[in-house]
Design a protein around this ligand. Sequence first.
Ligand code: GTP
Ligand code: MG
Length: 430
Amino acid sequence: MAEKTKNVSSQKSSDEEKPKENIRCLTTLGHFGFDCFPCQLVSRSLQRGFSFNILCVGETGIGKTTLINTLFNTNIKDSKSSHFHPTVGLKVKTYELQESNVHLKLTVVKTVGFGDQINKEASYLPVVEYIDAQFEAYLQEELKIKRSFFEFHDSRIHVCLYFISPTGHSLKSLDLLTMKSIDSKVNIIPLIAKADTISKSDLQKFKSRIMNELNSNGIQLYQFSADDETAAQANTSTNGLLPFAVVGSMEEVKVGKRMVRGRHYPWGVLQVENENHCDFIKLRDLLLCTNMEDLKEKTHTYHYECYRYHKLKTMGFTDVGPDNKPVSFQETYEFKRQEFQEQCQQEEEELKQKFMQRVKEKETAFKDAEKELQEKFEHLKKVQQEEIMKLEEEKSKLEEEILSFYKMKAASETPHSQETNIRRDRDRKK
Ligand code: GTP
Ligand code: MG
C-alpha cells in the first residue's frame, strides 16, 4: 500500500513536468455494471448448493419410491413396507445428489402404512404433526439469540406429492381428510399414481371427478404461478392438467435405437418421458426446472408465515394493541411478564385466603372438640364426686355399724353372760 502511494506521488511529480503525454489509461478488465448481479447469485447458489424437501403421501406400494427415482434419475433402493403397521409412520431420508456442478440436498419423507389400518380416523395426524414439527424447528432457530442458519438444516416441506389410487372412481374419504388437514400447511400437488392402469378416456373423467371433489370440499392445491412471465403460459395450462397422471419406472427399455425409461408390456412399451403416454414430463419440468424456487418461496412466505403467525398469537404476541397502535416485541414481552406476575400474585392471594379459611375451620373444629372434652370432663368429675359422696355415706354407715357391734360385744361380756359361758363350757366337757 505504501509502495502504491509512493508510485502515485512520483507519477504526480512527473505528470506536472509533462502534463499531457504521460496520462495513464486504465483498461477495463471486463464488463461491469449492475446487470452482473444475477451472476453473483448464480455463483453463490452453486457454491452453497440447493436443498429441496419432498413429502410423498400415498398408500403402501402405490409407487412412491419408483417415482422419486424416476424424477431425480437415481436408483435409491427402498425396502418394501408391510401392510400390517398398526399406525401410520414416516420414513425420512436425505440424499446428497450432484448433476454437473450442481449439488442438491434432497430430503424425501414417505408415509409408511398409510391407509392400511381398519380405523383410518387418525391416519392423517402423523403427517400434520411432522409438517408442524419442521415449522417449529425453524421458528425455534429463528427465535434463538445466536442463530446459525448456514449450518441449520431447513427441513420444512416444500411440496407434498399426494398419490391417488388409480381406481377410476373417486377420491377416498381418507384422501379428502388428509388433503384438507394439510392444505394450509404445504403445497399439495395431486398425482394419479400408476396411471398406465387406466385407459385414456377413463383418465380424463377420473381427473375431472377428482377436481370436482377437491373443489367442492374446498381443498387448496398448489397453483402453478402465472405471475412469472416466462413460465406463465406453461403454468396456466398446467393448472388445467391437475391431477397429474404419472407413471414411474426404474427400467431402461429399448425403443427403436434409443434406450428410454419405460414399462414393458405384452402389448408394447409405455414411455415415461413421452407426453402422449403420461404427465410425468410436465410434473418433472414444473417441479425441477420452473417452479422449485416458487415452491420454496410459497413455503416460506405463506405456509410458514401462517404457522408463525398463529404460534406467536397463541403465545400472546401481537402487532397492534387494543387502541390499534403498533406494539413492539419488547412491549408485548413486558406486558406479558406483568400479566404473568399479576396472575401469580392473584394465585398466591387465593392460596393464602384458602389457607386462612382452612386454618379457621380447623380452629373452630378444635375449639368444638375442646368444649366437648371439657363437658365430658365436667360430667365425669360430677359423677366421681357423687360416687365419693356415696362412698363417704356408706363409710360413715359402716363405722356406725362397727361402733354398735363393739357396744353389743361389750354388753355381752357382762357377769350374767360370763355365767352362761361357764355353763356352756361344762356341758361341752360332759
Ligand atoms: P412402499 O414404500 O412399500 O409403500 O411402496 P412404494 O409406494 O414406494 O411403491 P414402489 O415404488 O416400491 O412400487 C411398488 C410396485 O409398484 C413395484 O413393483 C413397482 O414396479 C410398481 N410401480 C411403481 N410405479 C408404477 C407405475 O407407475 N405403474 C405400474 N404399473 N407399476 C408401478
Ligand atoms: Mg417405497
